[in-house]
Design a protein around this ligand. Structure first.
Ligand SMILES: [Zn+2]
Length: 329
């Protein structure tokens, strides 16, 4: 039987949460953690379907074909309630009050009611404290699913009352294989650029291919273009790069994060030749670049990039920070 069939990889999730669900056991609260595009929303939907599935077939679980499964997939199941921050920066106490006022009403068409809280790490402390009481003693027919990027932003008391599911990140070569096995109809860029630009998140790679975001692709191309000079022994060569780096704060931070993944790969091929790579789908290219310099220099470059990200995010002027970055020792 296929567990969580629509979810690529994530074997640990399938062997724990999914197999518990198959045996009719579910937790009353889940935290699903991972970066954007890592399949968190798919996992939340699959958990909701598994709790409410009426099993039409024994081939896979959830079956995907019974009425509950179909309604959840279409987003029209009245017992699966989404809570999100809309355009607000955070989820405040008012949203929690609203949630709690509906909590005690029994489900309408199913055995359970499932609350999916998106961007749960954007709940204010008051909102989390308010939710906590419901997490401690939820009605027997309620299941909470909290989706977040970083569960460490949730209160320890909230975390300790839920089962945490971490979404798996994939190596660039695994993503490339996935994209080749599951070709998309509209393709705005080639799969290897998408695999290099998505930071290990399959959903992100798919949205890049579908042309929903092109900044990341430009960043990846600029990384590949800049790395030979950035690894050069000549300071003049490296300084010549500064003018080609993004000049706007958000663009510079996003670019440097992509560069972090690329340099991390170069450190990885030096340290552990068999390790998986996040940025380079073409391992040979990573090895060639890594061969241009030594491990100590790569580590120093990696530290220079992360301190630059911190400084630029903290509003320090961009040009001097980038100049200091390329002058790494
Ligand atoms: Zn079903």
């Amino acid at each position: 039987m296929e567990l969580f069939g629509a979810l690529y990889g994530n074997e640990k999730l399938k062997s724990t949460a999914a197999s518990d669900l198959l045996r009719g056991k579910h937790s009353h609260a889940y935290i699903i953690e991972g970066p954007e595009g890592s399949g968190r929303h798919t996992a939340a939907r699959l958990i909701a379907q598994s709790v409410l599935c009426n099993r039409d077939s024994d081939e896979r679980f959830p079956c995907g074909t019974c009425l509950s499964c179909r309604k959840i997939a279409d987003g029209i199941c009245t017992d699966v309630i989404y809570v999100n921050r809309g355009k607000a920066a955070s989820i405040g106490i008012d949203a929690m009050r609203e949630l709690k006022s509906s909590l005690t009403y029994a489900p309408v068409e199913s055995e359970y009611k499932i609350y999916i809280i998106e961007d749960a790490d954007k709940m204010t402390v008051q909102a989390q404290n308010s939710l906590l009481l419901s997490l401690e003693e939820p009605p027997s027919f309620v299941v909470f699913i909290l989706i977040c990027k970083d569960s460490s932003l949730l209160l320890e008391t909230v975390r300790s009352r839920a089962q945490t599911v971490r979404m798996q990140l994939f190596s660039a070569s695994e993503i490339l294989r996935y994209l080749e096995e599951n070709p998309l109809k509209k393709s705005k860029c080639d799969p290897s650029s998408a695999a290099a630009s998505c930071g290990g998140a399959i959903g992100k790679a798919v949205s890049l291919i579908e042309g929903e975001s092109s900044d990341e692709l430009k960043d990846a191309a600029l990384c590949l273009e800049s790395l030979p000079l950035l690894l050069s022994k000549s300071l003049t060569d490296r300084l010549s790069l500064v003018k080609s780096f993004p000049a706007k704060r958000d663009d510079a931070v996003r670019f440097l994060k992509t560069l972090t993944n690329a340099v991390r790969d170069l450190v990885a091929v030096k340290r552990a030749p068999e390790c998986e790579l996040l940025f380079f789908a073409d391992r040979k290219r990573a090895e060639e670049l890594a061969a241009k310099t030594d491990l100590a220099k790569l580590v120093s470059l990696s530290q220079a990039i992360s301190s630059s990200v911190e400084k630029i995010s903290a509003n320090v002027s961009i040009q001097p920070v980038l100049t200091l970055l390329v002058s790494y020792k």
